[in-house]
Structure formats: C-alpha cells, structure tokens
Design a protein around this ligand. Structure first.
Ligand code: NAD
Length: 423
C-alpha cells in the first residue's frame, strides 16, 4: 500500500474517498431489472436467479422448518458461542428500548408512545462468506422492539450454512426464505407465492442488495443503505502499526468493494501500517479479496500535517466503523464529525463489535454515517404523540391557536377551538 499525504490529494482522489459508493450506483440498473422481474413473476424469477447467481436449483423457497433442525445438529461449542453473542446483542438492544412517557405541561398532558411494526424482513448476506452474525444483528433488535413477524432472507446454497440457520433460530425469526441478492429484497418488498411482503427491510449486503434497497424504498421502508464494509482508523504515535493494519485487513476481507483507511500525523507510523497491511494481506486466507479492497480508490494510508487535519479528514470520510487508536481518544471522538460505530482503545478491535460486544454491526456506509446511525431498536418502532388538554389549558392557548389558524386562512381550525367554549 502507498502512503499519501492528505494535503497532496487531487480533487478526483478526494472525490473517490469522500463520495465513494462502492459500486452501488453501477449496480442500480441490474438491481432495477431484477426487482421488476420478481415483482411480476414471483417465485419463478426467484428460482431462475438462484440458478444464475448462486448456481443452485431451489426447491422450497420457504425453509422456516430447517432452522431448528440446523441448531440441533450444530456443534455444541459453536452453538454456545452463537448464544453468547446473541445474549450480549440482546442485552445492549434491551437497554435502548424507549419507555412510553407522559408529562404535565400546565394543564396540557403530553406524551410519547412507541408501537412496534408488525412485519419486517431482515436480509442476512451469504454470498462469499457466511454471516450468522448478521442474522443476530438484524433479528434480535426487531424482536426486542416487539415486532410480531420477523422474516429472514438469505442466499440459497447446495448446503445451507448450519451456523447461519442456527443463528436465525437463536435470534427468534418467524419465517426464513432462501433467496439472495436484489431478488430477495424485491421478494420481501412485494411478496411472491412463497414470500409474504413486509413493511420494512433491514440488513446489510453487497452492492446488488444495497442497490435493490434503494430501488424498493418508495414502496417499502428500509433501514438505510448498509453496503460493502468500511473502516477508518485514526492513530497517533502510541498506536501499534500491526494492530492498526489488522483492523484494516479484517474489514478488507469482507468484499473487494470494501474501503479501508488509516490516517495519522506520524509519518513513520503510516509507513509501518502500509507495510504491515501488505504483509498481513498475503498471510490471510482471503488474500485476493483483501488485496482488491486495499487497492480500491477509497482505501489508503494517509499522513496529515497535524492531528486537526486528521480529525477533519476522518469526519469528512464518515466511515461505517471509526477506530481511534490514540492517547486522547475521547477528546478526538468529540472533535470527529462522523463515524457509524466507534471503537476506542487498543483492546476494542472492530471485529469485537462485528460479532459479540453487543452494539449492532449493521451500519451506514458511503458517507451516510454523517446523517444516519446504525441499526437499533428505534428502526422497528413507530412513535405516537398523545395530548389531553383541560379546559383552562385550552383557554390559555386558544387565542394563539385561533390567531395562527386565521393567519393561515384556516378559519374552521379556529372555529373548532371556539366551539369548545360555546355556552
Ligand atoms: P450478499 O448476500 O450480500 O450477496 C450475495 C448475492 O449477490 C447472491 O445471492 C447473488 O444473488 C447476488 N449477486 C452476486 N453477483 C451478482 C451479479 N453479478 N448480478 C446480480 N446479483 C449478483 O453476500 P456477499 O456478496 O458475501 O456480500 C456481503 C456484503 O455485506 C459485503 O459487502 C460486506 O461488506 C457487507 N456487510 C456490510 C455490513 C454493513 O453494516 N454495512 C455488515 C456486514 C456485511
């Protein structure tokens, strides 16, 4: 990997870093065609796409009955680890559940209540790697929110991954379909003979999945665009270059379209990180995928003239995962404008959050972290406001309401207030 100075970036290089979309825009046309075919042809299209993209001849699309059996045959040790991760994720998400509240404001009794959605779909990726962790991350917050029907779609395979199926079972999904990619998103959004449509689709995926979520969002709510993985590490001279590189290489192994970045004011640290990335990439099983991601235009090791310049760079990059490996990490966190999920200190690898620390790993990518947080219980709730005014409270604000209503030319609004005080 080359080391480049932030100050030397050309406008095109800055655009590749800060306006990155990891190939999602280029996948939009393909995703649109797939969505349209599934919408009109249903299961027939799902089966044909399974043959074409997954090389699998699918019998039953609905595999709900399979997941409990997969959990029963899974190695006890592996099942126990899935349950440990599930427990930590559930505990963290239970702490997020908002309480209904009511408060008295001088005769105005006002409050906020939360209702769960009824039917949601969680996409669990499974193209080039298996993602039992994403099953836990998508389904558990929905169940904690109280969603009645949580459906999962995951790519078909000759031998479906038992760990993924077991995790879907442990998380408590109500329906499971073998469908992957854009076709799965279309099936969840519009329904097919085998798949019941849902109100909202959540979950991560590759560029086709992400492009399809963007396609269906006018008809079906989505969480946000959670595409190919990203990490930005901001480091000072106290950081261990081998550890920083290990976090970059780990996210790079998700996808050739993944984006991984380190930025530091320390030139010799930057050189060591770049060297370690090249060395570690060659030692990993998925070295081809890693190398492609490291070579991506939105990846790189950068030097900044000061920590302030590094902070600005990190905020503008707005990575899905933000790791701060520096002495004054909390102070830096306050100054960095954006980052989907934050990892502080030498013992908080991004991988801990990917699997088992508790926070959600379904996170906004492509700079969306500037405006959107990661998947949470809130994504599965609808809030309602409630108000009850007593006679005096309405009298107190009646002139304000009638004046503003008449200013807007809405006389019937004003009259509905006056009506309450007629003898
Ligand atoms: P996936 O399930 O997302 O995609 C596999 C599907 O892609 C296949 O079933 C196939 O239908 C479709 N596909 C493949 N090639 C295609 C083509 N040429 N045309 C149309 N469709 C095609 O699994 P994956 O590919 O392993 O990707 C998982 C992704 O999820 C990675 O990019 C990873 O970084 C990302 N991820 C993101 C987050 C997040 O929160 N942002 C979290 C975890 C994983």
């Amino acid at each position: 990997m080359n080391v480049q100075a932030v100050a030397d970036l050309s406008p095109d290089e800055r655009a590749a870093l800060f306006d990155r979309d990891a190939g999602v825009a280029a996948a939009r046309d393909t995703a649109r065609d797939i969505v349209e075919r599934v919408r009109t042809e249903g299961d027939v299209a799902l089966r044909e796409y399974a043959e074409e993209f997954d090389g699998v001849s699918v019998g039953n699309v609905d595999i709900t009955d399979e997941v409990e059996r997969a959990a029963d045959r899974l190695d006890d040790d592996l099942l126990a680890h899935i349950e440990t991760a599930a427990a930590n994720i559930r505990e963290f998400h239970e702490a997020q559940r908002p309480e209904n509240w009511t408060k008295e404001f001088e005769g105005r009794e006002l409050g906020r209540r939360y209702r769960p959605l009824e039917r949601v779909g969680a996409y669990v990726p499974g193209g080039t790697a298996a993602y039992p962790s994403s099953a836990l991350m998508g389904v558990i917050p929905a169940k904690v929110a109280g969603v009645d029907h949580v459906a999962v779609a995951t790519p078909p395979a000759e031998d479906l991954n038992d760990a993924t199926l077991a995790a879907i079972h442990v998380a408590g999904a109500d329906a499971v379909y073998q469908a992957g990619g854009a076709q799965a998103i279309a099936a969840l959004a519009y329904g097919t003979e085998s798949v019941s449509s849902v109100q909202k689709i959540v979950g991560p995926g590759n560029r086709f999945v992400t492009a399809a979520k963007a396609e269906v969002r006018e008809d079906c709510e989505i969480d946000f665009l959670a595409g190919p993985s990203e990490v930005l590490v901001i480091a000072d001279g106290t950081a261990d270059p081998g550890v920083v590189a290990s976090d970059l290489v780990a996210q790079a192994e998700h996808d050739p379209n993944a984006s991984v970045v380190a930025v530091t004011p320390d030139e010799s640290l930057a050189a060591d990180i770049a060297q370690q990335c090249d060395r570690q990439a060659g030692e990993r099983d998925r070295s081809d995928v890693i190398q492609e991601a490291l070579d991506n235009d939105a990846s790189g090791v950068f030097t900044a003239r000061s920590m302030s310049e590094a902070v600005l760079f990190a905020g503008e990059y707005a990575a899905e995962h933000l790791s701060i490996q520096a002495e004054n990490d909390e102070e830096l966190l306050d100054r960095i404008e954006a980052g989907g999920s934050v990892f502080l200190g030498p013992f908080s690898p991004v991988a801990a959050g990917d699997y088992a620390a508790g926070p959600n790993h379904v996170l906004p990518t492509g700079g969306l972290a500037k405006t959107t947080g990661g998947l949470s219980v809130d994504h599965f709730l609808v809030s309602q406001t409630v108000q009850r005014l007593d006679r005096d409270a309405l009298a107190d604000i009646s002139e304000t309401v009638t004046t503003l209503a008449e200013t807007e030319g809405l006389e019937a609004h004003a009259e509905s207030v006056r009506k309450r005080f007629e003898e």
